[in-house]
Design a protein around this ligand. Structure first.
Ligand code: BEZ
Length: 253
């Protein structure tokens, strides 16, 4: 019998400590959103709320939603209005938003049609949807390393890769099919410096290895790290990961 696979678990403190690049590198996306005073904005997948706060500081009223209760709690501790909501279920607001913003979340949602439909429903006609997430080719070396380590250890079972990294054309088609006019969509290669790929794997791949024993997890992390060191580690630059962002701005018709 295949061991039962687990979904990713989120620890907001470890996330904030080791992956602060997620929000530090997102100011171009907030600029693309261009939040205005008095607007109502939905932050779809707000996490611990750093960008929600940034949008609020620019004068908009923002509601954050996230699937993780731990992240929602952390966002609320920052004084934000945040709710535990899944983007694949219909959103619980009658009020329509001026804009929906989403950073580094949609690659966790392979049910893209449902998510985009729910976002479209929550927007006013003429409202904008500005988002960025992992696109085609994102963390390709990491995915290959995970598969390689699982292949070396058949007792680990098959890796269940939860991420969805679409090409611009296929996401454009989804947006258009759900009633958006796409102003701009493109892939942006963004090699991303970080502390150590080990933390990245511990934070983002913990669902993939959730069924392994503690000893097997150590083997997994060590072996992935050794494989990735070849392509991602430079003694002067440190670790730099092969991020490729899919960024777009679209308008609800
Ligand atoms: C990303 O932001 O590209 C990403 C984060 C976690 C897992 C996969 C991709």
């Amino acid at each position: 019998m295949q061991p039962k696979k687990k979904s990713n678990q989120w620890n907001p403190d470890s996330y904030s400590k080791h992956t602060d690049f997620v929000y530090k590198l997102a100011s171009p996306l907030v600029n693309l959103l261009d939040p205005r005073k008095g607007e109502m904005i939905l932050d779809a997948g707000c996490g611990e709320g750093s960008l929600t706060l940034e949008i609020m500081r620019r004068g908009a009223r923002v509601i954050g939603v996230d699937q993780s209760p731990e992240m929602v709690q952390k966002a609320r501790e920052k004084g934000l209005e945040a709710y535990e909501v899944s983007l694949t279920e219909s959103l619980p607001w009658r009020v329509k938003f001026d804009a929906v913003f989403s950073n580094a979340v949609l690659h966790w949602i392979p049910q893209a049609r449902e998510a985009v439909r729910n976002i479209a429903t929550s927007l006013k006609p003429g409202g904008r949807f500005v988002a960025e997430f992992g696109g085609a080719g994102n963390v390709a070396h990491i995915v290959a390393a995970i598969k390689e380590v699982f292949a070396r250890h058949p007792e680990f079972g098959e890796p269940d890769i939860p991420w969805y990294f679409p090409a611009p054309q296929s996401y454009r088609e989804i947006l258009e099919a759900e009633g958006f006019k796409v102003e701009w969509i493109d892939l942006i290669p963004r090699p991303t410096p970080m502390e150590d790929v080990r933390y990245w794997l511990e934070i983002f791949a913990n669902g993939i290895i959730g069924h392994l024993s503690p000893e097997q997890k150590v083997i997994f992390l060590e072996e992935c790290r050794m494989i990735l060191r070849e392509s991602f580690y430079d003694p002067e630059k440190g670790w730099v990961i092969d991020y490729v962002r899919l960024r777009f701005k679209a308008w609800k018709r």
